[in-house]
Design a protein. Structure first.
Ligand code: 5GP
Length: 329
């Protein structure tokens, strides 16, 4: 074993130092960024670069609808099907109050479909892409982005979806991040073991402190033409500001968005029951069983009810805007 003795930091280990600022008010801060120079995709994204995670209780269509109104993005849960999409789009509430030509365009621009590497995930993704060709972003999400087959998997995807913006991960080191970008991804997702309902660090001993992962990787990811998404570990709005300050292009949130009215698929779901996508609960719920060779790498938690997600988003954006006035951004 080789031990790296350089300090490794999480968001809670640092603070942003204020400096002379020409910004007198938070209202002068714009959080919208345009991305129009992806390595592979000719598409552009114009958004507040914060994504709701593709976790079952976070990447819901109801969350996506609210976030799209506010300019944020959503990676939809891997378990959303074509009929879920159709039911949602054609529900009475949405047809009458939400989906004008303009809001519908904005909605489709603000969502990504997600897939894992399982056969059933891929065939579900292909059906979604056929039914909704207006969706431009695909998130290829595996727990361990170091598997040898993963790079070929991304390269094959790129052949099938030449123009799409592809997000792929997760990794925590530059070498593999650049291979992922070179294989066909536009955005690499960074974070192993930092999620709020993740137990990978305890179960396997593997992980990397999130702020250091972003800080150490951002330069090489940008040099190889990619963008970096910091995924996991944000617990308060200031953590998001720190991730952007470390030069993350996008930030993905799970736990901070949990417990809201919109964190449900059906009326009977409980928004307060939140769980890791590698927990026993997720394996049983979504795949019907737990393979003998697997152990759980996720937790099940009950979070408090937080009301409407738009209030939380306003709080988050207010915090980041204020951070920007302190540091003249
Ligand atoms: P959070 O914002 O809650 O701190 O982190 C969200 C991220 O945690 C997700 O986007 C995903 O990368 C990760 N995650 C979600 N479920 C699990 C799980 O069961 N196990 C592990 N290791 N990571 C998870």
């Amino acid at each position: 074993m080789i031990i790296d003795y350089t300090p490794k930091l999480d968001f809670c280990d640092v603070l942003l130092v204020p400096c002379y600022s020409e910004l007198d008010s938070r209202s002068q801060v714009s959080l919208v960024r345009t991305f129009n120079n992806f390595k592979w995709s000719p598409y552009k994204i114009n958004c507040i670069p914060i994504f709701a995670a593709n976790m079952h209780k976070i990447g819901t269509l109801k969350v996506a609808k609210e976030l799209s109104k506010l300019g944020l993005m959503t990676c939809l849960s891997k378990h959303i099907s074509v009929s879920d999409m159709n039911n949602f789009l054609h529900s009475e509430e949405n047809l009458s109050s939400f989906f004008s030509a303009e809001t519908s365009g904005k909605f489709f621009d603000s969502i990504a479909f997600s897939t894992g590497s399982k056969e059933e995930d891929i065939s579900r993704l292909f059906s979604l892409m056929t039914a909704f060709p207006q969706v431009k972003i695909i998130c290829i999400d595996v727990a361990n982005g170091y598997r040898s087959s993963f790079l070929k998997f991304i390269a094959d995807f790129r052949k099938d979806f030449k123009d799409h913006i592809i997000i792929a991960g997760n990794v925590v080191t530059s070498d593999q991040a650049c291979k992922i970008i070179d294989s066909g991804a536009d955005i690499v997702k960074v974070g192993i073991g930092s999620g709020s309902v993740c137990s990978t660090r305890n179960v396997t001993g593997v992980g990397y402190p999130q702020l250091s992962a972003v800080l150490e990787m951002q330069e090489s990811v940008h040099n190889c033409g990619g963008f970096l998404m910091s995924d996991g570990g944000c617990q308060v709005p200031g953590d998001i500001a720190k991730a952007f300050a470390a030069n993350a292009d996008f930030v993905m949130l799970g736990g901070m968005l949990s417990g809201h009215n919109e964190c449900v698929h059906e009326g009977t779901d409980d928004p307060c029951s939140f769980y890791g996508m590698s927990s026993y609960h997720a394996m049983e719920t979504h795949y019907g069983s737990i393979a003998e060779y697997r152990s759980s790498e996720g937790k099940v938690v009950t979070v408090s009810a937080k009301g409407s997600i738009s209030n939380t988003i306003q709080e988050i954006l207010g915090g980041i805007r204020s951070a920007c006035t302190y540091i003249n951004c």
